[in-house]
Design a protein around this ligand. Structure first.
Ligand code: GN1
Ligand code: MG
Length: 375
């Protein structure tokens, strides 16, 4: 995105003060994000400006309507609990026309938030303590949205975690072989086919009512929770584009996949990739303590499945995008999506090796939950 394009967008939002400068934040794989600095008398004001990827989000108006509804609900829920919502809920900046998004002359879509200062979004989780806070952040988010009227939400990306349909999309991509890359990835393709039944298990449990639909975040990377720099505590969940009805197993599994890996999501040296059990346990503790009693026994006992399915799903999504010629995720090299897919495959192999440990960890939580119920 050029500097001039951004300059032309700025006057359409109700930012306060005089524009000083812009800096790009590069960690997202889908939207483009910028931090803006404004000088308002003696006060420096920071804002987040985002260019929404409309290849991914086909209906940005619906996305913004979801975000408005969810952030309003979070604020009301905090007010009811006598909690201060300041720095804890994303705050949209309206356009001069009073809208939540701005469409420029090229049809590009933009939105803005107040930037939350003195807080960090972790691309890499360094300690179990940090991971526990990430768990608390996403746990609190589920708790606050427990009574959100799910029918008010549009499906911002239909079938986002429907792994069975994702598998069909993958097979279709293989068949088209748009970028001529299929013959390079025979081993990875076989890996996915071998896990076909496993990856559909959450969808099946939702379909047959074994586990409930909840309002979930659906993109629970550690960098989507802000931790306060002073206290280290989780304060605000961000990146609300994919808040939709889903399973708690999606939020749990995706968070572990990303934050409890010993290496980055695109680590090229697969020998460095494993599941860090201390971080896994720490996240589980934070998440379960916050969701405090409302996760069912069935959900708790399937948490390890959530980790497997989400890791497999992401491996398959990256591989599909590699095969399609890199149309969905931002890439920094032609091999980037393949590197990501291989990293997720390596992680999944390690998760499969640790399955018994994961199940034992889960059993301990179920025992505690039933002890609490019995009083
Ligand atoms: C995308 O935009 P970002 O980086 O928060 C993607 C997630 C993936 C993630 C993998 C809407 O998230 O589903 O898990 O990349 N978001 C969308 O890094 O597809
Ligand atoms: Mg994000």
């Amino acid at each position: 995105m050029t500097y001039n394009t951004i300059r032309n967008v700025l006057p359409h939002f109700c930012f306060k003060g005089k524009y000083k400068g812009v800096q790009e934040l590069t960690s997202g794989n889908v939207n483009n994000t910028y931090v803006l600095e404004y000088q308002d008398g003696p006060v420096t004001r920071l804002y987040t400006l985002q260019h929404i990827n409309t290849y991914v989000f086909k209906n940005p108006h619906e996305v913004m309507s979801n975000i408005f509804a969810v952030t309003s609900h979070l604020r009301e829920a905090m007010a009811r609990n006598n909690e201060d919502a300041n720095r804890r809920v994303l705050e949209l900046i309206k356009t001069k026309e009073g809208k939540n998004l701005y469409e420029d002359d090229d049809g590009d879509i933009w939105r803005a938030y107040t930037y939350i200062s003195d807080a960090s979004a972790l691309d890499i989780v360094r300690t179990p303590q940090e991971m526990e806070e990430v768990g608390r952040g996403f746990g609190q988010f589920q708790k606050l949205l427990y009574d959100f009227p799910a029918q008010e939400l549009y499906p911002s990306i239909p079938n986002f975690h429907h792994t069975t349909k994702r598998f069909y999309t993958f097979v279709h991509a293989l068949d088209r072989d748009k970028a001529g890359r299929v013959r390079e990835v025979e081993d990875e393709i076989e890996f996915m086919f071998d896990r076909r039944r496993m990856m559909g298990e959450i969808v099946r449990m939702l379909d047959n009512g074994h586990i409930p639909y909840r309002v979930t975040h659906n993109d629970t990377k550690s960098n989507n929770v802000l931790l306060d720099n002073a206290s280290g505590k989780a304060i605000c969940v961000i990146d609300l584009d994919t808040v939709m009805p889903g399973s708690s197993l999606y939020d749990y599994g995706d968070a572990i996949r990303f934050g409890a890996s010993t290496a980055a999501e695109d680590e090229p040296d697969v020998s460095r990739i494993a599941l860090d059990m201390d971080k896994t346990k720490a996240f589980t503790r934070g998440f379960i303590e916050e969701t405090n009693g409302f996760l069912t026994k069935e959900e708790l006992s399937h948490l390890p499945l959530g980790i497997k399915v989400l890791t497999c799903e992401l491996a398959m999504r990256f591989l599909t995008d590699y095969i399609d010629g890199d149309v969905y995720f931002k890439v920094n090299s032609p091999e980037h999506n393949l590197v990501r897919a291989r990293a997720q495959i390596a992680l999944l192999k390690d998760i499969e090796r640790r399955e018994q440990d994961l199940q034992a960890m889960t059993e301990r939580y179920i025992a505690r939950a039933s002890a609490a119920i019995k009083g």
